[in-house]
Design a protein around this ligand. Structure first.
Ligand SMILES: [Ca+2]
Ligand SMILES: [Ca+2]
Length: 289
């Protein structure tokens, strides 16, 4: 049995949001002007106790180039590249523990809305080879890194002297001035067209866009809606072994999941990345006085 089938029960709500063929050049919007702005901004918000807090938040999702610098410096190997250890995951068949990740594979024609029609666990797929062993990230330096498991995101954040945001922190930073709940907007990279068959690319991209190509929210944060889902440090409600993702992705469609909004979230198996899962980091800013 393939690993993606084993993970289906956990991943279904997330993975449902993917698929479709690329219908060729955009008919509207074309490729958005893209002048990615990196770094972090200070965000001020009130937490659940009413206390004012300041948080340094990455402007964009972490990119392939940024993750590559981490790997070059540390020699880190991601979970998708390592696979799952037998001693911890003995309940999974051997083929489900092999190195690989969940890759979007668009269906050719209409059919049942079954996630296995547009998701495949591909051995050899990882952040360096996002479509499988014969693919690469050449030309994708500024696209968000994908096929990142939770532990990989935590490791990167630690290396950078930062951490992952909680779901509450993420939403507090993302919500002000974020693109509205409007699937016809060109303000975010979501799914345009009829999911999962047709992707019209009306927002410029059928898959990931370079991080930072769409208008920022009021805090100066890019892609808080769409592009890739983002890991948080918050466990899933009723699913303590899963972790919350926020913000939807380039495969969130009007006719299916519609999670292209900052309050959208989904619990995800922390050991398994996918073509549409990335992250950004935060750091606490000490408030003096
Ligand atoms: Ca798109
Ligand atoms: Ca995002």
């Amino acid at each position: 049995m393939k690993r993606f089938l084993i993970m289906c029960a956990i991943l279904a709500p997330v993975l449902f949001a993917c698929g479709g063929k690329d219908d060729g050049p955009s008919t509207k919007g074309a490729t958005p002007p893209c002048t990615p702005t990196r770094g972090a901004v200070a965000v001020v918000f009130r937490d659940s106790t009413g206390e004012t807090r300041r948080l340094s938040v990455d402007r964009t999702e972490v990119t392939n180039a940024e993750f590559g610098r981490f790997v070059d410096e540390t020699g880190y190997v991601t979970r998708a590249e390592r696979g799952l250890p037998e001693d911890t995951f003995s309940y999974l068949p051997e083929e489900a523990r092999r190195p690989g990740s969940a890759v979007f594979t668009p269906p050719e024609k209409p059919g049942p809305m079954v996630l296995s029609r547009w998701w495949t666990f591909v051995e050899g797929a990882n952040w360096r080879r996002p479509e499988g062993p014969h693919s690469s990230i050449s030309g994708l330096d500024h696209h968000p890194v994908v096929h990142i498991a939770y532990e990989d995101a935590v490791a990167y954040a630690g290396w950078a002297g930062r951490r992952l945001p909680s779901a509450v922190e993420w939403e507090a930073a993302a919500a002000p001035g974020a693109p509205p709940f409007h699937p016809d907007s060109d303000d975010a990279n979501i799914w345009t067209g009829f999911f999962p068959i047709s992707n019209t690319r009306e927002d410029g991209y059928a898959q990931t866009a370079p991080a930072g190509c769409y208008p920022p929210n009021e805090n100066g944060l890019y892609d808080v809606v769409g592009n890739v889902w983002e890991w948080t440090s918050t466990p899933g409600v009723g699913e303590p072994t899963a972790m919350i993702l926020k913000g939807g992705s380039y495969v969130c469609a009007r006719n299916f999941c519609a999670r292209y909004r900052t309050d959208a979230e989904q619990a995800q198996d922390p050991t398994l990345g996918a073509s549409h899962i990335g992250f950004r980091t935060v750091a606490d800013i000490e408030t003096k006085g």
